[in-house]
Design a protein around this ligand. Structure first.
Ligand code: ASP
Length: 330
């Protein structure tokens, strides 16, 4: 079940899976963003629909909690005519001890065309993708990657500022535990933006230096000259031990408020992937400021990006004709 065997689509995205931004070319990213742009228009029109996934089954397989991402994938698939099945770990046999691979084989036998997977372990989604005939979309694996988040962030920025190239983007907060940060860094670097990370020293991992970003531990310094300020949540669920003295102290030094934002470019825009902790990493009024905050637009772009990704993948998915054949792949 190698990817090369399954190419058949005519689009510029010739892969069966979307596992991460790592390895994607600027051309592939640009193609997905262009396609997503068309879906924004379609989603805003009351009349037009797409039937690219008509008769196809999409399984949303979520081993980690999610509201926004799961709903976004579900709406995206349904807007293109797919039948969608939502499976969450609380109701699945994984709780009864079934392994990830058993789950993969079981789902494979049900002939889904696409499987959207979120898992708390980095690398789990890639492992699953090697065992199924469906196309697999990574909806977040551990602290590794969250590719559709980075694509929707890029679409949001590109639509507002017309380009990604040459912009300075600051990612602020819990960088160490953030898959959103990793995927965004990879994408923004590929598309010619400059990336800064701003965080307390306890929340920037050593691999950041290798990722070609500027590291700042002083927020006011780091925000100087930035076009985009992307705030990230303190990911308490991934922390073992204490990384910040208190959330109050954290807000004082790393929470985005009007005074710190004034250090960035005069019209700098605010983003956040959600869920937001108001008063911890971001001031509540700033988050809702319609002139500066792109947070609600990000949610809208999420559906369009997921439609574009699913449509691109489906062209490259070829399911085997018979059930027997699929088990030869084991
Ligand atoms: N929703 C994003 C994620 O799944 C960010 C977050 O949870 O803070 O990684």
């Amino acid at each position: 079940m190698t990817e090369s065997k399954t190419h058949k689509g005519s689009s510029l995205y010739q892969r069966r899976h979307l596992l991460g931004i790592e390895g994607l070319t600027a051309q592939e990213i640009g193609y997905l963003l262009d396609q997503a742009d068309k879906f924004v228009t379609l989603n805003r029109s009351a009349k037009e629909t797409s039937d690219s996934l008509k008769g196809r089954t999409v399984i949303n397989l979520f081993f980690e909690n999610s509201t926004r991402t799961r709903t976004s994938f579900e709406i995206a698939a349904k807007r293109m005519g797919a039948d969608v099945v939502n499976m969450s770990v609380a109701t699945s046999s994984v709780k009864k001890g079934e392994t990830l691979l058993d789950t993969a084989y079981t789902l494979n036998a049900m002939h889904p065309s696409l499987i959207v997977v979120r898992h708390n372990e980095s690398g789990a989604v890639s492992l699953l993708s090697q065992k199924v005939d469906a196309g697999v979309l990574n909806a977040g694996d551990g602290r590794h990657e969250h590719p559709t988040q980075a694509l929707l962030d890029a679409l949001t920025i590109r639509r507002r500022l017309g380009t990604l190239s040459g912009l300075t983007v600051a990612l602020c907060g819990d960088i160490t535990h953030s898959r959103v940060a990793r995927s965004n860094i990879l994408l923004l670097n590929t598309m010619g933006a400059r990336v800064r990370v701003i965080a307390p020293p306890t929340l920037v991992s050593s691999d950041m230096e290798r990722m070609g970003v500027e590291i700042h531990t002083d927020m006011r310094q780091g925000l100087k000259g930035c076009d985009i300020v992307m705030m990230l949540r303190l990911q308490m669920e991934r922390m073992q031990g204490s990384f910040v003295p208190s959330t109050r102290e954290y807000y004082r030094f790393f929470g985005l408020d009007a005074e710190k934002l004034s250090c960035a470019k005069p019209n700098a825009l605010i983003m956040h992937p959600g869920p937001m902790n108001r008063g911890v990493e971001i001031d509540s009024e700033l988050a809702d400021d319609e002139d500066r905050s792109l947070i609600r637009t990000q949610v809208e772009m999420g559906v369009a990006v997921r439609m574009a990704c699913m449509e691109a993948l489906i062209e490259n998915v070829v399911l085997p004709e018979s059930g027997e054949e699929r088990f030869k792949h084991g």
